[in-house]
Every structure is written in C-alpha cells, then in structure tokens.
Design a protein around this ligand. Sequence first.
Ligand SMILES: [Zn+2]
Ligand SMILES: [Zn+2]
Length: 430
Amino acid sequence: MGLLLLWAFFSIFPFCITSTLETEPPLELSRLTRELLESARKPEFFEWLVRARRKLHENPELSFEEFETSQFIRTELVSLGINFTWPVAKTGIVASVGSGGHPWFALRADMDALPIQEMVEWEHKSKNDGKMHACGHDVHVTMLLGAAKLLHQRRNELKGTVKLVFQPGEEGRGGAYYMVKEGAVEEVKGIFGLHVAQDMTVGVIGSRPGPFTACSGRFLATIQGIGGRQATDSLLAMSSAIISLQHIISRETDPLDSRVISVGFVKGGEAGNVIIPETVTFGGTFRSIALEGLYNLKQRIQEVIKLQSAVHQCRATVDFMEEKARFYPPIINDQSLYNHVKKVGQHLLGGPSNVLHLPNTMGAEDFSFYSQHIPAAFFMIGAKNITMDSGIPLHSPYLVLDEQVLPLGAALHAAVAISYLDQHHHVPNN
Ligand SMILES: [Zn+2]
Ligand SMILES: [Zn+2]
C-alpha cells in the first residue's frame, strides 16, 4: 500500500523528486539578520512601528471582541499590499507573503487585551475604560506587522510562503484552538510565536526545548445555602472551601510536581448588618505542568468544594466552563525548531549570551494548541528597560514596556521565517 502510494505520488508529481537543503553558510544568516535589523531600525520604520503600537494600546479590546484591532491590522495589510483571509475564528486574520508555494511557515501574534483599568499615566493610555493591553499583545501585533513589512520587501526572494496568524482570544478563551479548528495552520510546516517578558531586558530572548508552559483550567463555584436568620451559612462554606483548596496543593501534591490553585474572585452578600446571602460565587484558575495533574486537580477541586459545602449544610456546583474557556495544554517546543530559532536569535542579537535557556513556567499560553498540531517554537522576548518604570509583572495595571523591542521582534520573526524557508524548500534534482 505504501509503495503504491509512493509510485502514485511520483507519477502525478514527478517534479517533486527533491532534496532538502539542510545547511546554510553561517555568513548568510549573519547578513540576513543584520540587514533585517537595520531595516527595522531605520527611523521611519521604527516610527511606524511605534505609531501602530500606541494606536493599538489606546484601543484595547477583550477576547473575541477585537473588531477594531482586526480592522486596523487589515488596513495596514492592505496598504502594504499583502493578501489575507478574514474572518478566521470571528476576528482573526491569516495573511500570506511569498511565492504561495510550499513550504508554508507561520508566525503568530495574539490581539486581545485584559479587563484591567490602566493606571499608567502617559499620553497613549488606554481610552477604553476597564480595558488594557496589560499582557503586551499590542506589542505582539505590532511586531508581526513589522515582520509583514520586512517580508513583503523581500517577497520575491522567499522560498515558500509565510503565513501571518493574527489570533483572537488568547486570554483564557483559547482563541488558538479555534484558529487551528478553522484551518489557520493547515499544511503549515512550523509555527513561531513571541511573548514579551517584562523581566528580561531588551536585546535578550529565551525559551527551552520540550515542555515550556503549564496546563491551565478555570473554575466557577456557586454555593447555595438558606438565606436569612435561620440560615445555613454560604459565606462560611465558601471560606472553608477556599482554605481547603489550598490544602490540595500543600498536602496532596508532590513538591517536585508543580501545581497551583488560585481563587481570583469572590462574590456574595450586600451588607454587614443584613442577612446571610443565599448564594455566593467564587472562581479562579488551576495549573499543572502535565495534563494528568490538571485533571487530578479538576476532580479534587470539585470534591473539596462540594464536600466542604455539605459540611455547612449548603449545596455547591462547580463549572469548569470547558466549552467557553478551554483547558490549555502545555506548550511543547519542537527541538529542531527551537534550535533553529536559537541560532537565528544568536546571530540577530549578537551572541549566545543573549539567548537564555529558561526554566519551565507556571504561566499558560494558548500557543500550545498550535504546538499540539504542528512543530512549534515559542520564545519570550525582553521588553524591560531599567531606566523606565518597566519590570512590573504582566497583567498589572502598571505595566510599562520598552518600545525598543518592536524592531527586534519584527526582525526576529522575519529572520526565523526566511531562514526556515531557505533551509526547508525543495530543490529539484536535475
Ligand atoms: Zn496574558
Ligand atoms: Zn499574553
């Protein structure tokens, strides 16, 4: 059967008898990265990047509501002369640069912001009350637009096609899952993504091969008691449940097997001198390095909340919202793609010391859905400037990022894609 297929393949596509270029002279990579970085750092290019980033920063939109963000990206792509498919997963865009032929390589940016009120006082502060680009996705979109421009300038030299994936809903909504489901990375050979790191200085990137981020899930608990004076106390049941959830981590988990349960909000009651509320709700996130651990946590969270509620004669339901907020698997960096990015990064950033080998993180990222599907590499890129007020954690209302990261990220995206195509395109055997 296999041989028959092979014969059929070559009789239909005789021109596909190929060899793959595996190596390239290091000098080529040095020249490529230098030229890309020079282009991205030209004053008018840099100013364009900064303008785009600030416009995006002023107008943050939440997951799957990135309508104006998506429109802004499409307008920029049209003005660059780049074709794209839209909508993919509601607001997502997949643009194409290059020959149209294979191989296809993808670069990804996420577009959504967070429900956070920006507290940084600056000229380009968020104009949308209660929303902020506090995870740097404005920077991610800008870096990918920068890469689009750099790639388009070299479109006739590309030995294949680069797919630019602008995805919605990274923040807990699994936008990447829907992009994959709607075919955004169909036939794509590899994908690369960047995330800003507020604790690494500009000019440094980092990652690790294999498992990189944690798996994560969310839960929403509702505890029902009897309100009023003859009450069963839903608030007390909630307090006991929250404390007992922490015992799952401290008493049941192997300390070498990292897991986290965090309650992020509680809601219930109106006034201190009135009556005990009938219903209270609370919710949060839980994480584990491996999926097995995540499912174990899911089961124990459910048991602990229900049983602690029963102790207080209350009833509880726990919703894991798997339809709306999918469990995130871990990002698994493909070893060979990781090596490729590392090599390109070392050339671009001027040496091995600027590409860090990072430990596993308990952070979660839906880039993992691509990594389940195709070879993927995800790197952090430093955006900290010690002379600015940066270094404040992601998801903080005080987050400040150094815009000098923009040309670096744009050039790195482009260099990774161009050199990947150079090494993986098929050369006819004459
Ligand atoms: Zn985030
Ligand atoms: Zn993020």
